[in-house]
Write a protein that binds this ligand. Structure first.
Ligand SMILES: [Zn+2]
Length: 411
């Protein structure tokens, strides 16, 4: 699976500092050290677990979490398990968790996720089985060869491993300012994880943000429901940046969103091919034609980016993109009003000013687009680099005659 993840991130233009696997040697060390600290805090005891376990979720399920006896996420009957395990005294942290969430409302974002988590805690926390005796894979329990550490207890600790825990200096990176997780795993990140950290005497992440899910053409996407979609394939002949733009601009990050092929096509044509692609090409052509393709020092000119920055701080990625599109549409309008093609006939000096302004704006636009559409941002920057326009970079977002490939695959 890890090969598939890595190649998907690559194709999706997603970069990272570290791709961690829980089989990595430094991670195993971190998990064993952390488990020992939780043991030393008196939060581990031996007991017997009897109940349900969903392998899809890798999660022990309470009766009240099942719907008609099935895991609601996987639509499968969980395995009934009866085995000797080590337990973590999660119940001991119930009040501390509620107090922390109340004192730090920013800890769980968005608010809807916070309400779900608080309701779950208020129903009462049970101690958590944190080892398995019948499972072959996993990190051996310190001092007990017959048990492996429960996969979630282990996996959550990757955040400490990447910071360098338990080596000195990890405190420079930990606690995380922000952890972004899917809404289906907020319980692990907003209940188990902070309780584990409290037990080990470590700081909690400042914010955990649980993002939403997409539906596609009205269907919920789920591997086990058999309508899984490869998001990279979805980009089809429109390119990955177009898909990234669409997914990030259409919905408030955190809410669920509906992906519609029809809507994707219309957004592609309006925002990308028309507003942005044409703009870059127009400026490129005019700089080539009226300035012989080269220009000297650009005047310092920069639009106020504070609304963009504020949106980014609040993870309102859709709002940040809307700010960039205000600049794009503003520049289009500016060119319509200034009419460089007419200035070329009688006012060369003002013509240069207008085109310099356009290039400066496009460079700023490229910078702001970098986290959203890295390939496009690099192309725009490369088009106007080293005082020269480089037309060979080519047209951005060409109109496509082919309809978007509908790649919903029935697995
Ligand atoms: Zn499940």
């Amino acid at each position: 699976m890890s090969d598939q993840w890595e190649s998907t991130w690559k194709k999706a233009g997603v970069s990272y500092d570290r791709f961690i696997r829980t089989t990595d040697a430094d991670h195993i060390k971190a998990v064993i050290e952390f488990t020992k600290r939780v043991q030393a805090a008196g939060d581990i005891y031996e007991g017997e677990y009897e109940g349900w376990y969903c392998v899809g979720c890798e999660e022990f399920k309470r009766e009240d979490e099942l719907v008609d006896g099935l895991c609601p996420m996987h639509q499968k009957k969980p395995e009934h398990i009866k085995e000797k395990n080590y337990f973590f005294k999660l119940s001991r942290y119930q009040q501390a968790l509620l107090d922390h969430i109340q004192a730090h409302p920013e800890f769980i974002q968005p608010e809807s996720r916070r309400n779900e988590v608080v309701a779950f805690i208020e129903r009462g926390l049970h101690d958590l089985s944190v080892s398995r005796s019948t499972q072959k894979w996993g990190i051996p329990w310190p001092g007990d060869k017959n048990q492996v550490i429960y996969v979630w207890f282990d996996a959550l600790l990757n955040y400490l491993t990447v910071a360098g825990f338990p080596q000195g200096g990890y405190e420079n990176t930990w606690p995380a300012d922000l952890q972004i997780v899917g809404k289906d795993i907020t319980k692990f990140h907003c209940i188990y994880w902070p309780a584990m950290l409290m037990s080990a005497g470590l700081s909690l992440p400042k914010t955990v943000f649980g993002h939403g899910f997409f539906t596609i053409d009205g269907q919920k996407i789920s591997k086990s429901l058999g309508n899984a979609v490869d998001p990279v394939e979805l980009a089809g002949n429109y390119g990955i940046d177009a898909l990234r733009y669409f997914l990030l601009s259409e919905f408030g990050f955190g809410s669920d969103g509906e992906f519609s092929h029809q809507r994707f096509e219309s957004v592609y044509n309006a925002d990308l091919a028309n507003d942005l692609g044409n703009l870059v090409q127009r400026v490129q052509v005019m700089v080539g034609r009226y300035l012989d393709g080269s220009y000297g020092n650009l005047p310092p000119h920069s639009h106020d980016t504070s609304p963009y920055q504020e949106a980014m701080q609040n993870l309102r990625l859709d709002k940040a993109l809307a700010e960039v599109w205000l600049l794009i549409r503003g520049l289009n309008q500016f060119l319509e009003e200034e009419k460089p093609w007419e200035l070329a006939k009688h006012d060369k000096e003002h013509l240069s000013e207008v085109l310099y302004h356009a290039i400066t704006d496009l460079n700023q636009i490229a910078t702001l687009l970098m986290p959203f559409m890295p390939e496009t941002a690099h192309k725009i920057a490369a088009t106007f680099a080293n005082d020269t326009v480089h037309p060979e970079v080519g047209l951005l977002f060409p109109k496509s005659d082919q309809p978007l490939e509908r790649t919903i695959k029935i697995a």
